[in-house]
Design a protein around this ligand. Sequence first.
Ligand code: I6G
Length: 670
Amino acid sequence: MTVNKKSAQRAAQLREELNHHNYLYYVLDNPEIPDAEYDRLLRELQTLEKSHPELLTADSPTQRVGAEPLSAFEEVAHEVPMLSLNNCFDEQELSDFDRRVRDGLEKDSVEYVAEPKLDGLAISLLYEKGMLVRGATRGDGSKGENVTQNIRTIDTIPLCLQGKNYPERLEVRGEVIMTRKGFAQLNERQLKNNDKPFANPRNAAAGSLRQLDSRITASRPLEFYCYGIGVSTQTFADRHSEVLQKLKTWGFRLNPEVNVLKGMQACLDYYHAIQAKRDSLDYDIDGVVYKVDRFAEQDILGFVSRAPRWAIAHKFPAQEEMTVLKGIDIQVGRTGALTPVARLEPVFVGGVTVTNATLHNQDEIDRKDVRIGDTVIVRRAGDVIPEVVSAVKAKRPKGARKFKMPTHCPVCDSAVVRLENESVARCSGGLYCGAQQKEAIKHFASRKAMDIDGLGDKLVEQLVDQGLIHDVADLYRLNVEQLVALERMAEKSAQNLVAALDKSKTTTLERFIFALGIRQVGETTARTLAHHYASLESLMQANTDSLLEVEDVGPIVAESIETFFKQQHNDDVIEKLIQAGIHWPAIEKPSAEALTLAGKTFVVTGTLSSMGRTEAKNALQAKGAKVAGSVSKKTDYVVVGVDPGSKASKAEELGVEILDEVAFLTMLGQ
Ligand code: I6G
């Protein structure tokens, strides 16, 4: 056999194998080979086609990457019109439809094929001799647009039919959609590239399919589900349900929820079952479709104007509606996050009356250009909090007002801060803010903070709800009598709690700083701050320049600390805590001579026999050394214990000095 013949044979074999694996993966959801093996086969075919361009065929799985941009889409006339469906919105209308069908067929009960109605774009795919020759949009039902190049990039659309016995000419119809997951990823990408995000998966799918440059379509996560046929040169089934099964064997994905049902009550039950599943599906649906199953019966029923009498879409209540934005309130969350909430003219959407909807944050309001007084589109999907999707600019009244986030917290009047690179504005009230009270107190009492034994989350909630405490300082005024009066609090537990509160008064400065719950100040930063300033007063008076001198404190942390201590009420709470008797041992600032390792950077790896890793870190820091997590050219020493990780080899590679445990202890002077 010549080399060319061998290559041609191998290319044909690869095409067949790859198309078969595509079918197993997308249609049967039952892949036989791992993705990596699929990629290897695809690469082999690509290489073959590159060296023998004459072997390239239209159905090659390599041909899904998009082609040269078009200047416009051609018009396509649908040989069999792509009709629309009549809708019904409630049980009565469904019952009327079923009665008309039964009357027309003179039957008591009819079999229907039911399936979810996907919220995508209807598409026609024409196959000749098993090869995809044209993909077209529905358009006005008579004429659509030729989007073949774009259609070819969608993995779930076969470029050639699988199996055999398919009609010579066959038009397959169905819906192109974008999954919710794909939509979220696409929008993330859009925002990253400073491109406008899409409003919903349907718009994203439509925008993607109407690209003149099919390489853009290829980069979009589009999928296809078939729901029927148009032109067919052969009759191959008596029922719609059989057609669907045949389409599956030829390589098309069916909606897994397709079902044959007998009678109207079964349709109604199906509707409710799909409605209950709606939020857990990875694609948007807006109802279910019922079709009379037998073609002979469909023929008897025929059409009214442009819709079949044998099918109907049973729609879910609308998830998006228009209403007027009357005002914007601010909600302060448990972490101090300020959320703008739209106050709306009541509107019935997604099955309930909605009066409030989230506007997320200032950036979202600005991006959507939503103003008070605007007519807005409100979306309520399932149990998700209703949101304002957009403003209807054409309906904007004169005097519609722009919104600006307040500079002070509406609950406690503390300054509102918004850190660089964060979209959320937050109240800086911390310990003091009513909205944040419970969380602040729980944090204050926690083990790594003031370690108040017996003061769990539930108890904190009870104490705040009963009005016994308002801030953390109130904890130290609690007595046994008050506590015993609480639900499920025995005398002994009350005594223990008062004792634990008393015990917690003896603490350390680093614990106390951590307990204050300053945003961005975790345990490590609290320790660094305590050792750097050595007194609470110095820390409270520190300005940005001073804070930026502290190891590992950047502008964001510095701003957060400064804003916290600028709030008079935080100072008041701290004062009350000190008055209640909280104290800590003075921190001796080490003398310059004691800082023998100042300016040196260490990395510790492996297990040391004489101390734990944290202890080693503390000992180094006490001598003025910096301890880093990874080895770089800036590292001065790597301390290596037993079973070191890759850090030891990295040190060797970079020529960084390695210390064993003995050398390390000597350096510490131990
Ligand atoms: O727009 C449609 C969506 C879903 C349809 C449809 C469908 O079946 C699941 N079926 C037909 C027959 C038509 N439009 C005309």
